[in-house]
Ligand binder design. Structure first.
Ligand code: FNR
Length: 183
């Protein structure tokens, strides 16, 4: 299964990028997780949406071809980071590559609440008319990694908290089932 992943942090030591790397390794053979380079997308410009720059075309094609999309994002000021919103805005126009696409959302933060406010915003954005993704339904499927600095190994930069890892396994399984059902 081909899963394109959007990570909402550009920081070198990003916990959310570490979560992506953990998942990329852990689910190898089961899921082919590829990272979309959302940092290289220019700011969305409506004047360019019909003939967008090559990087935007490639990004949209990758989403379009994927069996599903994972969005792993920090919370910035109770919402999603601008770099992620920018990518979603490009994707929402003209060919609307997210329509009907299965999406799973995850987030990690050093704080207690595990990006819950950002995730709620993200769900609204993903439900907007230009996006209309099929989001893994809430009610136990939210992956909110709070107190994340204590759950990652400082040396390897990988998630090592056993409880979080087994929870993650079950939610990834739920996403795989969801994709099979929806595609
Ligand atoms: C934050 N942070 C943060 N945390 C949170 O739980 N809720 C929030 O609203 C915010 N707001 C916020 C705004 C900005 C501009 C920054 C830089 C940070 C803290 C954030 O969770 C923390 O820096 C994470 O480590 C960022 O994720 P990465 O870069 O580690 O993936």
């Amino acid at each position: 299964m081909n899963i394109v992943t959007l990570v909402g942090s550009l920081r070198k030591e990003s916990l959310n990028m570490q979560l992506f790397k953990t998942m990329e390794e852990r689910y190898q053979g089961k899921l082919n997780l590829t990272l979309a380079d959302i940092a290289s997308l220019p700011f969305f410009d409506q004047d360019e949406e019909n003939i967008p720059p090559q990087v935007v075309k490639e990004f949209k094609e990758a989403i379009s071809k994927a069996d599903g999309v994972m969005i792993i994002t920090p919370e910035y000021n109770w919402s999603v980071p601008g770099v992620l919103k920018n990518a979603l805005d490009w994707a929402s126009r003209v060919d609307k590559v997210f329509v009907g696409k299965p999406v799973m959302a995850l987030g990690a933060t050093p704080g207690m609440l595990g990006t819950v406010r950002a995730q709620m915003h993200l769900r609204e954005i993903l439900s907007s008319p230009g996006i209309q993704a099929k989001i893994l339904p809430p009610g136990g499927n939210e992956v909110l990694v709070g107190m994340a600095t204590q759950k990652f190994d400082q040396q390897s930069g990988r998630l090592i908290d056993e409880g979080t890892l087994s929870f993650l396994d079950s939610k990834v399984e739920a996403f795989v089932d969801f994709i099979k059902k929806e595609n």
